[in-house]
Structures are given as structure tokens and as C-alpha cells.
Design a protein around this ligand. Structure first.
Ligand code: GLC
Length: 753
């Protein structure tokens, strides 16, 4: 740090200003005079998108391993495997002389319509955060940086450059910031990328509360905040808001504006120095590691295949998987020969190798036993002749494998989906084929949930293969033929219809705003609260074997500071080796604020041979039980009973136990002259202060309102949401001292406890 502060003292104002804006599309400014190198940063979350030169934003990047996209990676629920993915990506970054990879993305999948959902992990912030921690730790363990993105509440592509996300503080904290918080605190990304959009009126690139108060001061983030590309609108204002590095560069006009602002006194030099300090800290961190100029392509391809095989989710299997030998197989679908293995936009990788589903099926089954029909156009274009041809091929086979991928024109960075169903061509294709071939298997390559009404009952198997990376086709074949036992589980709910989804009424917003009216109730939190049936729930996934859960161990009582470690035994009760994802949800019996019925607070993936039993232990800490209270502007716990729910999915709770938690917090007493009777009663100190008055009031009500002439309603219920002083005003004539003095006395007593 001394070196950096010395350097800062030697830098000119112009050099400082220049350093805070990119030198090109992908590089920072180097200052030879002071031996300050430039660093190179490139996308993205599932591979190294190293374009040819620093001013090139062209489509074609240098060949690199295209790993499974985040939607597939998170469905593995395998943090070790995702860490390995990070390590491999770092090896490739070294080979391409890249210092920072712009990823992972942890924006919450607020609606399955999100065009960029393929690039994000989950509808749940805990799972998203843990996946990001794994990838960041993997990448940074090899001396390559990451840029966690897009901070924050960037949950749609519609008007992403300008839309104002209107969200309450509690929802922001518990849902949309939580994954970032987990990643920043547990993995320390070198950079955080701010989003394009606004939050409650301010651009993220100028959002002091977001970038300074929360990210830097509260969470202790020590890296630099980089803008999303083109997200800065006023460089001086963004520096004041905590935005350290504007990308892309060069932006001479903006550098001059910063110099002028310091000279005129509009911008405090300390703010500029702090941005420079953060950038230099990372620039020199990037110099600390030796770079290897090569990596093992085959090993990375094999790893990509392993990740895909663990991220693919078996949603339905009416007994025909795994495929047996001697089966005549009809392979149908455009994406069986031109696989959709990644999403469109900045994360796009030029794959070193690309496995083709049709070829992989032939490798398993033998050329002679496989026929093919295109079936669909690969675009959102109808062609009956392709359906007719597919029907003929399917008729003469023992099983039909339908590879269906949403076209790039439907989901991508830059635009959201219009609906949740497959294309009309694909729906008609499935219906036509399954009519002549009851043994039909649908393999989906989509970035997020699709609805299945109209065809799911007509097919025997549905395999969700996501956008599964360059080696995904091999993984699909491994699962279809039973070489791999599927172990993926959904990291997002598959709803029955679009109208059921939590954001349906408010998405995508209008008049420049999108209101997060569903609040905390995103994903399974919503479907739980509404007791709404879904097609496939969060955390769901089938296996070729079965598992038994037993011997749940949960302490009867604990304190929030001690936390709680639960354990449970998992047994493979089937005939095939397999992996099971054990999920731990927490349910709060009672809280002073509304809370979702349950929330994911732990998980583990365990490998089991047939008949094998393992004990899984999962720690739960303060934050497993806490919630954010806007009055206290902090996370708090409240004494009380909690259920620990052990699930094979969010809707398949196998075991549960109740435990009593004692809070270490005496939350500050926030009662004031405007507090309602309900608020006074909810705070134990408030209730203690007013209890004598309450008892008198109750006695009076009983006397006055018990008679037949009562007003036909519960008077206490009527006044619960009135201010205390307003209630007392009705009795002012009978009170010995003014109402305000009485309330002040109650407040002094409550605040003194
Ligand atoms: C894009 C994306 C961001 C990406 C950046 C650089 O607009 O939003 O994820 O890292 O620009 O390509």
C-alpha cells in the first residue's frame, strides 16, 4: 500500500484522471513514466472471450473452451466442480494474457422471460451467491481477477440502459443484493461491475448508497468498481458516486472534465485518489503471478463435459431412460446438428471444439441404428414439411429423441422473451411425433424455464440441458445411454404458465420504470406463498436411482451467534451409483415483518454407491435466520421457533425439525410519536411501557361495547393501526396531562429498557 500511496503522490492530476477511464475497449491506461502497467480485461462468465486486439469488439474471439453457461452450472449445485471450472478458465486467461474475466453474473432471475437468464444462476440469492463464490475463488486462485456483475437489480434486458428499478430496501437487500454480498464477503472479487439501470431514481454508475455506503463501506469491498460498458453518463458525478473505472475508453473529453472538476473544486482530489488507489491495487495484484502460455484443451473439454453432465436436469422419465441397446433411434431437431450451447451477446465464446448431439448419439448407438430428421428450422419460422418428414422418421424407430432449442432470436443479451413457450413449430413437432411414436424424449436447450402445456403429457421423457457449453452434446448422450446418472436439480422454478409468474403484472415496466411489486416473493418464495402449483419446482431433479433421508439431527435450542450445524443421513436405495443434492430450508414461525414461508440456507451434493449411506453436515449461521429490517437499516434476528426443512426439492421436504433460537440482538427501540398501537405492541419494550394503559382500555371497551348496542366490530382491531396519540386524543378530556406528555413518558420508558 505504501508503494501505491507513493505512486499516487508522484502522479499528475492528468495521469490520475486518465487512469480512471479505459485506454481502449478492454484495457486500462498504463503510465510508463511511473512503471504502471496496463491490464487487460475481457468477458466472460463461461469462457475467455479474447478478441484480437484491445480496440476490437468484433464477433470472433480467439478459440477458447466454452464451458456450460451459468444456468447449467448452477443446476449442478456442485461448488467444487464450479471452482474447477474457474481454475480452468484462469489457465486459459493466462494463455491469452488476460488479467480480469468479466464475470460471474449473479443477477436474480426475477422472471423466466429474462433474455439473459442463461448467464445468471438462479431465482434464489443464496444459491446464486454460493455459485459465484466457487467460480471467483477458482479463477482468482490462479492469479486472474474477476468482475462480479451487474451491480445491481439488472433483471431484464428491456430498456436495460435506462430503466429505473423501483424496489423497496428490504427486497433490495434480501433478494437483489444478497448474492453480491455473499460473493464480495466470501470470495473478494477484484472488481465489481455496476449495472446500466437506475435503482430508485439514480443510475447504478452514480449510486453512492449502492457503491460506497453498501459495497465499499458496509461490505468492505477493496477492489475497484468498473462501469458496464457505456454505463457512465457523467464522469464527475460517477466518481462522486463511487465508480472507479469507466469502460470502455478512451474518453478524452471525460478525462478533461475530471481534471477541470478538481481544479474548480467541484471534485475533491481525495475522491479521485481513492479511485486511483483501488485501480492501482488491482493493477499491481495482477502482476504478482507467473503466466503459463498454454493449457490442456482436452482436459478442459472433459471438464466442460463433466459440468454439463451434472447440470443437466432429468425432469420426466416414464421409464424409457437410460436407453437400452439394440434400439432404433430417430434423432430429430435442428439443434441436434447445430447445437445451441451458449447465449448471444458479450459472453459469446468461439469454442475450441464443439460436440454435435447427432454424432454423440451415433457414437453410443452405432451409425446404423440412428436416423435423423431436421424437424424444425432453428428459427421462429414454421415449416410443415419438416414436421411431416420427422413423423415418417419417428414412425419407423423404437424411440424418438427431439432436440429442441429456443432460437437466438428469442432469448439473448439485449432482449427478453415475449412468452415462455417453445416455438409453434416445435410444439406442433412434438405433438405430431409423439402421436406416432409414444416413446418420445424431449431434450431442451434453453437459457431459462419454458412452459410445457400442450405437449409434456404426450412424451415419456423431458431432459433440461440448458445452454450447456461446447461439450454438452456428449454429456446429453452419456445421460441418455446411462453412462452418467443425472444429478442436476433446478435452480429456477418451471411455472405452468406465464401468468402464474411473480413478476407478471409488473414486467417489463413502462414510462421508464419497472416496479418490483412482488417484493421478496420471487421464484419459489412466491409460489409457496400463493400455494400455486408449478410444472417443476425449484430444487427438483430426477435420478436413475433413489435416495432415503434419515436421522436428522437438529439441536433443540441455540443462539443466533453460535449458529447451528444440522446433520442428516442420505442413503442410495437404488441399483445405480448416483449423486444427491440435499437442500436445507429455514422457516420462521413468527416475525415482526412478513417473511417468505421458507428460504434456502444450505445445500450439499453427495456421491453414493448403491446401498451406501453418508452423513451430511450443514452449518447455519446468524444470517440463516436473520432478515433485513428497514427501520433498523440492518439485519436482525428475533427470538422464536424455526423449522429446519430438509428437502430433495423445495416441494419435496423429506425431514424437518423445530428449534428455538435466542437472539443476541436487542434491536434499537424505533418507537416514536408517530408509532401505531400495533408497533407499540410488537416491540416488547413498547408493550411493557403501555401495558397498564392497555389493560384499562381493554376493560373500558369490554364494558362499553359488550352491550347489544355495540358497534358490531372489535374496537381493538379498529384502533390497532392508529397512532397512540390519536387514540388518546379521544380521552383527552379525562386525562390529567396533555396527550403529548403522556406519549413522551411512554417513549422515555420504552427507550430506557
Ligand atoms: C456488456 C455486458 C457486460 C459485458 C460488457 C463488456 O454490455 O452488459 O456483461 O461484460 O458489456 O462486453
Amino acid at each position: 500500500m505504501e508503494k501505491i500511496n507513493t505512486l499516487i503522490s508522484r502522479m499528475t492530476l492528468e495521469e490520475k484522471a486518465a487512469l480512471c477511464t479505459g485506454a481502449s475497449a478492454w484495457t486500462t491506461v498504463g503510465i510508463d513514466r511511473l512503471n504502471i502497467p496496463s491490464i487487460f480485461m475481457v468477458d466472460g462468465p463461461h469462457g475467455v472471450r479474447r478478441v484480437k486486439d484491445e480496440f476490437d469488439m468484433s464477433e470472433k474471439s480467439r478459440p477458447a473452451t466454452c464451458f456450460p453457461t451459468a444456468a447449467c452450472a448452477s443446476a449442478t449445485w456442485n461448488t467444487d466442480l464450479i471452482r474447477q471450472m474457474g481454475e480452468a478458465m484462469a489457465e486459459e486467461a493466462h494463455a491469452f494474457d488476460v488479467d480480469i474475466l468479466l464475470g460471474p453474473g449473479v443477477n436474480i432471475k426475477r422472471t423466466p422471460l429474462g433474455g439473459r437468464n442463461f448467464e445468471y444462476y438462479s431465482e434464489d440469492p443464496f444459491l446464486s451467491g454460493k455459485m459465484a463464490v466457487s467460480l471467483i475463488k477458482g479463477i482468482q486462485s490462479k492469479g486472474v481477477g474477476t468482475s462480479l456483475k451487474h451491480f445491481a437489480a439488472n433483471n431484464q434486458e428491456y430498456q436495460r440502459f435506462s430503466i429505473d428499478t423501483i424496489v423497496d430496501q428490504r427486497t433490495l437487500r434480501e433478494i437483489y443484493l444478497y448474492a453480491f454480498e455473499i460473493a464480495v464477503k466470501e470470495a473478494k472479487p477484484w472488481a465489481v461491475m455496476c449495472a446500466y439501470n437506475k435503482i430508485n431514481g439514480d443510475y447504478c454508475s452514480e449510486h453512492h448508497q449502492l457503491l460506497v455506503d453498501i459495497l465499499k463501506d458496509e461490505w468492505g469491498f477493496e477492489g475497484f468498481v468498473v462501469s458496464d460498458w457505456g454505463a457512465v453518463h457523467d464522469r464527475v458525478k460517477s466518481l462522486k458516486g463511487g465508480l472507479d473505472l469507466e469502460m470502455p475508453g478512451p474518453q478524452d473529453r471525460r478525462v478533461k472534465a475530471v481534471v477541470e472538476a478538481v481544479k474548480s473544486g467541484d471534485l475533491d482530489i481525495e475522491i479521485l485518489d481513492e479511485a486511483v488507489r483501488r485501480i492501482l491495487r488491482i493493477v499491481f495484484k495482477a502482476q504478482e503471478v507467473e503466466r503459463n502460455s498454454s493449457f490442456d484443451k482436452e482436459a478442459h473439454h472433459a471438464l466442460a463435459r463433466e459440468i454439463a453432465s451434472e447440470g443437466i436436469v432429468l425432469l420426466k422419465n416414464d421409464g424409457i431412460l437410460p436407453l437400452k441397446g439394440e434400439t432404433q433411434i430417430a434423432v430429430i431437431g435442428h439443434s441436434a446438428v447445430e447445437p445451441r450451447y451458449q447465449g448471444g451477446g458479450s459472453s459469446n465464446i468461439n469454442p475450441i471444439q464443439l460436440d454435435i448431439p447427432l454424432d454423440e448419439i451415433k457414437k453410443h448407438a452405432g451409425e446404423e441404428r440412428v436416423t435423423y430428421a431436421q424437424g424444425d428450422t432453428g428459427k421462429d419460422i414454421f415449416d410443415q414439411s419438416l414436421i411431416d418428414e420427422a413423423v415418417e422418421v419417428a414412425k419407423s424407430a423404437d424411440v424418438a429423441l427431439l432436440f429442441l432449442a429456443l432460437p437466438a432470436s428469442i432469448e439473448s443479451e439485449g432482449y427478453d422473451r415475449e412468452n415462455l413457450h417453445l416455438t409453434q413449430q416445435q410444439i406442433l413437432l412434438v405433438q405430431a411425433v409423439s402421436k406416432v411414436q409414444p416413446e418420445s424424449v424431449v431434450i431442451l436447450n434453453t437459457g431459462s424455464a419454458v412452459t410445457m402445456s400442450g405437449w409434456i403429457d404426450e412424451v415419456k421423457v423431458v431432459l433440461q440441458a440448458w445452454l450447456m457449453g461446447q461439450a454438452g452434446a456428449g454429456a446429453i448422450a452419456d445421460i441418455l445411454f446411462g453412462k452418467i446418472n443425472p444429478s442436476g436439480k433446478l435452480a429456477e422454478t418451471f411455472p405452468i404458465k406465464l401468468e402464474d409468474t411473480p413478476a407478471y403484472i409488473n414486467f417489463p415496466g413502462d414510462a421508464g420504470e419497472v416496479r418490483y411489486g412482488e417484493g421478496l416473493y420471487v421464484g419459489y418464495r412466491y409460489y409457496d406463498a400463493k400455494k400455486m402449483p408449478v410444472q417443476f419446482p425449484f430444487g427438483f431433479g430426477l435420478s436413475y436411482t433413489t435416495f432415503k433421508y434419515s436421522n436428522l439431527q437438529v439441536a433443540d435450542a441455540f443462539t443466533d451467534i453460535e449458529g447451528l450445524t444440522i446433520s442428516v443421513d442420505i442413503t442410495n436405495t437404488g441399483k445405480a451409483p448416483g449423486k444427491e443434492i440435499v437442500q436445507v430450508y429455514v422457516h420462521d414461525h413468527e416475525a415482526s415483518l412478513s417473511r417468505p414461508i421458507k428460504a434456502l440456507k444450505g445445500f450439499a451434493k453427495v456421491k453414493l454407491a448403491p446401498g451406501e449411506t453418508k452423513t451430511v453436515s450443514i452449518p447455519l449461521d446468524f444470517r440463516s435466520f436473520a432478515f433485513y429490517h428497514p427501520d433498523y437499516k440492518n439485519w436482525i434476528t428475533e427470538d422464536g421457533d424455526f423449522d429446519i426443512l430438509i428437502g430433495a426439492s423445495s416441494q419435496d421436504i423429506r425431514l424437518q425439525a423445530t428449534t428455538k433460537m435466542t437472539s443476541s440482538l436487542k434491536p434499537p427501540c424505533v418507537l416514536d410519536s408517530e408509532s401505531t398501537l400495533r408497533e407499540w405492541i410488537a416491540d416488547p419494550r413498547g408493550y411493557a411501557a403501555i401495558k397498564p394503559m392497555m389493560l384499562e382500555m381493554q376493560a373500558m371497551f369490554n364494558q362499553e361495547f359488550d352491550s347489544d348496542e355495540g358497534i358490531g366490530m372489535d374496537p381493538m382491531g379498529m384502533i390497532m393501526d392508529m397512532r397512540l396519540d390519536s387514540i388518546l386524543m379521544f380521552q383527552q378530556h379525562a386525562l390529567p396531562i396533555p396527550v403529548d406528555d403522556i406519549v413522551d413518558g411512554f417513549l422515555r420508558e420504552a427507550h430506557s429498557m
